[in-house]
Design a protein around this ligand. Structure first.
Ligand code: 5RP
Length: 229
């Protein structure tokens, strides 16, 4: 059921793809459906050039024969289509549940438009129910963790901080070789201020708050796909 909804949202985003577009390809189970559908279009002759946001997406796209490039060569993109862990009514997002937030944010920021595809369970009244992923450099982890903890507490995080993978005895590494701290808020009341405060910490590489980046969302529910603008 949920996979069907994800695919329906992805199918709507495919309708926004035009021949010749330079596209950013997202990461995650919803973006995976988009890449699948795009692969079918490419097989039918659609010409696009794409920049993947993770090694996983790159491998999927390659296996489908989707032409890939990078931002060094293309500089700017027309459109990025990606999933999200949460989105609010202003189309602000939490992303990074799959650990690809840094490349996802770089690619989205280099795009003229960003479309989010999601099922309706991802829509929230206020961001923060989903743990906020914070990508950090491995060097100085102890000090960075301490500083991040102070910032999230000052912003009302109820549940503290976890190093991703630590509980499974296998620390998660991003494609860029960084670590992820997941911050358990419950509710983020001042996302802009939180974003600034986190980015002020030298060991923080990026965080999963995508503010004012998404231009449109296709949200699939059992009664149909809604467009949020
Ligand atoms: C990966 C992401 C994903 O877009 C996000 O986690 C949503 O994934 P899914 O579509 O599997 O729910 O940000 O870093």
């Amino acid at each position: 059921m949920s996979e069907d909804l994800k695919r329906e949202a992805a199918a709507r985003a495919i309708e926004d793809v035009r021949p010749g577009m330079r596209l950013g390809l997202g990461t995650g189970s919803t973006a995976r459906h988009f890449v699948d559908l795009l692969g079918s279009k490419v097989a039918q002759g659609l010409e696009v050039i794409c920049v993947p946001t993770s090694e996983v997406t790159a491998r999927q796209a390659e296996s489908l024969g989707i032409p890939l490039s990078d931002l060094d060569r293309l500089g700017r993109l027309d459109l990025t289509v990606d999933g999200a862990d949460e989105l609010d009514a202003d189309l602000n997002l939490i992303k990074g549940g799959g650990g690809a937030l840094l490349r996802e944010k770089i690619v989205a920021a280099a795009s003229d438009a960003m479309i989010v595809i999601a099922d309706s369970t991802k829509v929230v009244e206020a961001l923060g129910r989903f743990p906020l992923p914070i990508e950090v450099n491995r060097f100085g982890l102890g000090a960075t963790r301490h500083a991040v903890d102070a910032v999230i507490k000052a912003h009302g995080a109820e549940g503290g901080l976890k190093l991703r993978g630590e509980d499974k005895g296998e620390v998660f590494l991003t494609d860029g070789g960084h670590l992820i701290l997941d911050a358990f808020f419950g509710r983020i009341s001042q996302p802009e201020a939180l974003s600034r405060d986190l980015l002020d910490i030298p060991g923080v590489v990026q965080h999963g708050l995508f503010l004012n980046m998404c231009s449109k969302a296709y949200v699939a529910a059992p009664d149909g796909v809604k467009t949020l603008l």
